[in-house]
Design a protein around this ligand. Structure first.
Ligand SMILES: *Cc1c(COP(=O)(O)O)cnc(C)c1O
Length: 444
């Protein structure tokens, strides 16, 4: 599987954005996150164009920053004309420091602190997506104290099981997110919001889950949301003008994964919208989509160096098995997803990319846990020093990275047309100590 601008060059090396990955490793070291700028831009454009082609109303593509957010990434999505979705004070701060236009920022979070709400209001972010009644009251008070009206969307849960890992399922009834649409709490929130002087309720939001390889749950959510907009209109007389259907489109982590293309997804979604809008007699609301993973996931590759290779034999049910562990110089701290979600990955030996797979390996990290990145992958025979490229690591890898075992976090480089530039510098050992303090009675 080769993704985006990946190709195998005349030296049999994996190339991304016109850069030989073995050269990237020489220059920037390992582990290294490599982000394919062309591919990120292409995915942004595909969303924008597909919505323009298939949706009859106005639309906005909102990049879900939590997938991968750095100052440079903010600039990139800004250039592509996208909006930006932030879900914490830290993400908002990053966007503001990147001079991202605040009116194109959407602020999420299921438990926003007063400080986060103040930061959002004082910087006049475009939309605050209110999650619950407590937040609604809090925001109303904070806004009124400042004599402003905050533009908000209300997050509702349509009560749909998205059929994904339970840690990234958010649209079902039993969830910490949003106000339930079926038990009356969403309608209560809407009535409340409409009666408040500190908020301006513009529309509704839902996000049912992530890494969806089948989009029927999102289509179902769209149907329910339109039905609900109609119910809101009937009960309150207000036709809400914006509908945000969240993110969630899955990507290819494995060659066997076959998510719909961005175009197919948007086309089918718009068809469902059109049908249901017509039926309910509503006009086209502004449609917002919040893709994260499907913008940046496949555009990221992690490069590691192979170190120790260990063969173990064991017997199970009277049969003898052999496993060959190939250890890389990263793991849990740069990619916690295998442990967190049982996520699966594919890999390419970057310096032997034209050789055939012959040996089954288990790719393990170097942390004090069984941090296996890939349980079984067929690769050309490995030697210490080989470079292993793990694919589709652009989303929820760097953003979830940690300093476990006091590993400095890797660098991230943006590659395009044979040029590579840093997005994030590699942390040093010194960086690890930056916030350590020795209590006075322990000082030497
Ligand atoms: C995580 C998240 C997204 C993005 O989800 P992807 O699966 O990465 O597309 C969008 N909206 C909200 C509210 C989210 O929490």
């Amino acid at each position: 599987m080769l993704l985006g601008t990946q190709r195998v060059n005349e030296f049999g090396h994996l190339e991304i954005g016109g850069c030989d990955t073995t050269k990237l490793v020489e220059e920037f070291g390992t582990p290294l996150y490599v982000l394919d700028e062309e591919y990120i831009r292409e995915n942004c454009r595909r969303y924008v164009d597909a919505l323009r082609n298939y949706y009859k109303g106005e639309s906005r593509v909102v990049y879900a920053g939590k997938a991968f957010l750095t100052l440079g990434m903010c600039r990139l999505v800004e250039q592509e004309g996208l909006w930006l979705d932030v879900s914490s004070g830290g993400e908002l701060y990053t966007a503001l420091k990147a001079d991202f236009p605040p009116e194109r920022i959407l602020m999420h979070g299921n438990n926003k602190s007063p400080e986060e709400l103040k930061l959002a209001i004082e910087n006049e972010v475009g939309r605050i997506v209110v999650d619950n009644l407590h937040e609604l009251e809090l925001l109303n008070t904070i806004a009124q104290e400042r004599g402003v009206r905050a533009n908000i969307l209300l997050r509702v849960t349509p009560g749909i099981d998205p059929h994904t890992h339970r840690f990234i399922a958010t649209g079902q009834v039993d969830t910490k997110f949003g106000l339930n649409l079926k038990n009356g709490s969403a309608m209560e929130g809407i009535r409340k919001a409409l009666s408040m002087n500190g908020v301006n309720l513009l529309g509704l939001h839902c996000h049912i889950g992530s890494q969806l390889l089948r989009i029927s749950p999102i289509l179902k959510a769209a149907e329910i949301m339109v039905e609900f907009l109609k119910e809101v209109k009937d009960q309150t007389g207000v036709e809400l003008r914006e509908l945000d259907l969240g993110g969630g489109l899955g990507i290819r982590y494995l060659s066997t994964h076959n998510p719909p293309s961005i175009e197919e997804f948007v086309q089918r979604l718009c068809a469902v919208m059109e049908k249901n809008l017509k039926r309910s007699g509503l006009s086209y609301p502004v449609l917002l989509l919040e893709p994260g993973r499907s913008i940046v996931g496949e555009a990221g590759t992690t490069l590691y160096k192979v170190g120790a290779i260990k063969e173990v034999t064991f017997s199970k049910n009277g049969k003898l098995f052999k496993r060959i562990y190939a250890m890389v110089d990263g793991g849990l701290s740069d990619n916690p997803r295998p442990q967190l979600y049982n996520a699966k990955y594919e890999a390419i030996v970057a310096n032997k990319a034209s050789q055939k797979g012959e040996v089954h390996y288990t790719i393990a990290g170097k942390h004090c846990e069984t941090d296996v990145l890939i349980w079984d992958v067929l690769l050309p025979p490995l030697e210490p020093g080989d470079i292993l490229a793990v694919l589709s690591t652009g989303a929820y890898n760097y953003s979830m990275a940690s300093n476990y075992n006091r590993f400095p976090r890797p660098a991230a480089v943006l590659v395009r047309n044979g040029k590579a530039e840093l997005l994030v510098k590699r942390e040093t050992y010194e960086d690890l100590l930056r916030f350590d303090v020795i209590p006075s009675h322990l000082q030497k």
